[in-house]
Write a protein that binds this ligand. Structure first.
Ligand code: SF4
Ligand code: SF4
Length: 347
């Protein structure tokens, strides 16, 4: 931890009480006249490529790296960047992690002669029991948290079609290294993020393949295909924070989220509530520590969006991903400060 004693004491004082209740409906308020399926072209990384009306157009967030390394800025050394880039390699190189179909190399490795398990469906007698087994498997494959929900089509990206028969989602959260995140915005924090993405690829691949071996379909997704945060809330993994991220009782926002959409019969979990919205109203630690004021200071959440990259129709504190991205460009790498300083991020 790089926090001063004063800051550590302040965070302790503001520590939230966590009493988790299971609830019937997810803890968010939607204006269905405003809500639309989000168009992936408005994700900030896509807008970099096409939105010439925005100052981040065609800016790359590694554009300052050479300068930072040359100036020998602490926390931005050649070794730090070498490690951060290495942490992404499994995510970037292993396309099977995000496969919608059987991973090609599987057939050559299968040890059961004469049986193609994917061609016959395992008869699920009890969806609750099946859910337990899927959760055990996903945990074994690397998920820190697992929840199951029905697929709300509102959360699927506007340009993606998921067949109606695939109605269940296994949502998994992979925790990120606390000591690394504590260094944000320095480069080791980004290494923790990269490791999270690489672990996500492995966890997804194994979980998806397990389901295909039972004869069902599995669509493995990282940030693609559908909005991860509302699905994680639906699946009972946490609530939405002022920082625009999922807050889990176990790790705060210090998680990466991934999901498998499937037709395997499963029993959904109930969403949870533990007072995040009320706590966020007065905490504002993320707003104060964000170096570019990308996070709202408003007392109350609202329906007012602040960026083309926001999806309207939810009552929340809208974060400005454009300001955030521009900070990453100045910083030479991504930032996790709003995860680090959140009192729900137990270290
Ligand atoms: S990641 Fe960093 S720049 Fe972006 S909103 Fe969070 S604190 Fe602000
Ligand atoms: S740091 Fe932000 S997200 Fe976390 S509890 Fe405080 S206001 Fe909410």
């Amino acid at each position: 931890m790089n926090l001063s004693n004063k800051e550590t004491a302040k965070r302790r004082k503001r520590s939230p009480q966590i009493n988790v209740s299971r609830v019937r409906t997810p803890p968010y308020i939607i204006d269905s006249s405003e809500l639309q399926r989000f168009n992936q072209k408005n994700i900030i990384f896509r807008r970099v490529m096409w939105d010439s009306s925005w100052e981040g157009y065609q800016r790359k967030y590694d554009e300052k790296v050479k300068d930072l390394v040359t100036r020998e800025v602490p926390g931005y050394s050649r070794v730090d960047f070498a490690m951060a880039y290495a942490s992404w390699i499994v995510h970037d190189a292993f396309k099977g992690g995000f496969s919608w179909t059987r991973i090609e190399t599987y057939k050559s490795q299968v040890g059961t002669v004469g049986i193609d398990w994917a061609k016959t469906k395992f008869q699920v007698q009890d969806p609750c029991e099946m859910s337990k087994q899927v959760k055990q498997a996903a945990s074994l494959f690397g998920a820190s948290l697992v929840g199951i929900c029905k697929l709300k089509r509102d959360w699927v990206y506007a340009n993606v079609e998921i067949p109606e028969t695939l109605e269940n989602v296994i949502v998994m959260a992979v925790k990120m290294d606390a000591d690394g995140i504590a260094t944000s915005p320095k480069v080791p924090a980004a290494t923790s993020t990269g490791v999270g993405y690489s672990r996500m690829a492995a966890t997804l691949a194994c979980t998806g393949e397990f389901i295909r071996n039972l004869g069902y379909r599995a669509i493995q997704c990282g940030n693609d295909t559908a909005l991860s945060i509302p699905l994680a809330i639906d699946a009972g993994l946490g609530e939405l924070g002022r920082n625009g991220l999922l807050i889990t009782p176990e790790y705060g926002s210090r998680v990466r989220i991934c999901k498998v959409i499937t037709d395997l019969p499963l029993a959904p979990d109930k969403p949870i509530e533990f007072g995040v919205k009320e706590f966020c109203k007065t905490c504002k630690s993320c707003s104060r520590h964000c170096e570019v004021d990308a996070i709202s200071f408003d007392e109350e959440p609202s329906f007012k969006t602040v960026s083309k990259s926001n999806n309207p129709g939810a009552l929340k504190w809208y974060v400005d991903p454009g300001k955030c991205y521009l900070f990453w460009c100045e910083n030479g790498i991504d930032c996790s400060t709003c995860i680090k300083v959140c009192p729900y991020n137990k270290t």
